[in-house]
Write a protein that binds this ligand. Structure first.
Ligand SMILES: Nc1ncnc2c1ncn2[C@@H]1O[C@H](COP(=O)(O)OP(=O)(O)OP(=O)(O)O)[C@@H](O)[C@H]1O
Ligand SMILES: [Mg+2]
Length: 297
């Protein structure tokens, strides 16, 4: 994967026919005239974790809400599995694309956790028995089976987030989009959610979209990273290509992930070569070992 840079004038989105979701030059203007996204081109491919990284107000949440038709573009189009989203097929799209919202409270409303997680499957037409087993299975998959009978209102922030993920997983979608999935979580809960995101891809074959400004998490998880600025994607590439491009990060208003920052500082200090570009702590540790043996000079 090579780093691709896009200008605001780009008019045609790359389209291979293999996309699960294709956002084709979409713009969204909110009723008060604010521009949420502008000429946005974005794809979700099979079996990938794709990151949307960008500063506050860059359009990540607006884009996410277009992925299952919750918001409709004022211009351009969005298609899921080759079908353009319009009113008549919205219910089918909700089955294929689930969204875990930035604020868990926007998603939880039923009297118990089990009712909440069963709501989506019931709404999709499953029988109560089928919905119950889909919900129990989803709660089990994320290790939250002990929360079944709790009141959603009284859960901690981390527990609420897990229940929201289970509610989407119970619908067995092909794509799950998560908006800031680890914001306001403590490091252990954040790690648990990161593990779940990996599992969604590896064990359940679900493609995951993560919108975040936590570049450390994006570096750890993403196969592909899209950089969002002022409502458009200005670049996309591997985490290595994106997170070691100082000019791009500066232009986007983002800061390097910690691993890249430490690598650059140590590398300069020891006059080492610049081609290792580790992206995970493990890669950084391996590089440090080679540096200590003198093979990185
Ligand atoms: N409901 C709304 N009405 C009017 N303007 C909105 C609305 N929601 C978002 N916007 C505007 O659209 C732009 C994009 O906002 P969006 O929430 O998509 O950004 P974001 O990248 O998700 O930001 P954050 O990182 O803070 O969550 C911003 O300028 C914002 O003020
Ligand atoms: Mg947002």
């Amino acid at each position: 994967m090579t780093l691709q840079r896009f200008s605001g004038q780009q008019l045609v989105c790359e389209h291979t026919g293999r996309e699960l979701i294709h956002v084709d030059c979409a713009s969204h203007v909110y009723p008060d005239g604010s521009v949420g996204i502008h000429n946005m081109c974005f794809r979700v491919l099979e079996h990938e974790i794709v990151g949307l990284v960008g500063p506050n107000g860059s359009g990540k949440s607006t884009l996410i809400e277009h992925l299952n038709g919750l918001l409709e573009p004022s211009k351009g189009s969005v298609s899921v599995m080759g079908r353009s989203i319009d009113g008549s097929i919205k219910k089918l799209i909700w089955k294929d694309v689930g969204i875990v919202f930035q604020r868990s409270d926007d998603q939880l409303f039923a009297p118990t956790v089990l009712d909440d997680v069963m709501f989506g499957p019931l709404n999709m037409g499953m029988s109560p028995d089928e919905a119950r087993s889909a919900a129990v299975e989803a709660l089990g998959a994320i290790g939250a089976q002990d929360l079944e009978q709790k009141l959603p209102n009284y859960l901690s922030g981390g527990q609420k987030r897990l229940v929201c993920i289970a509610g989407i997983l119970a619908m067995r979608p092909k794509v799950i989009a998560m908006d800031e999935p680890t914001s306001d979580l403590d490091p252990l809960h954040a790690e648990a959610v990161e593990r779940i995101i990996r599992d969604l891809k590896e064990r359940h074959g679900i493609s995951v979209v993560i919108a975040t400004h936590d570049l450390d998490m994006a570096a750890k998880l993403c196969d592909r990273v899209c950089v969002v600025k002022a409502g458009s994607i200005i670049a996309e590439g591997s985490p290595q290509d994106v997170f070691y491009d100082d000019l791009l990060l500066q232009e986007a208003g983002l800061k390097k992930p910690k691993v890249a920052e430490i690598y650059e500082a140590v590398r300069v200090q020891f006059g080492a070569r610049a081609d290792a570009r580790p992206i995970t702590v493990e890669e950084l540790a391996q590089w440090s070992g080679r540096l200590a043996k003198g093979s990185e000079k």
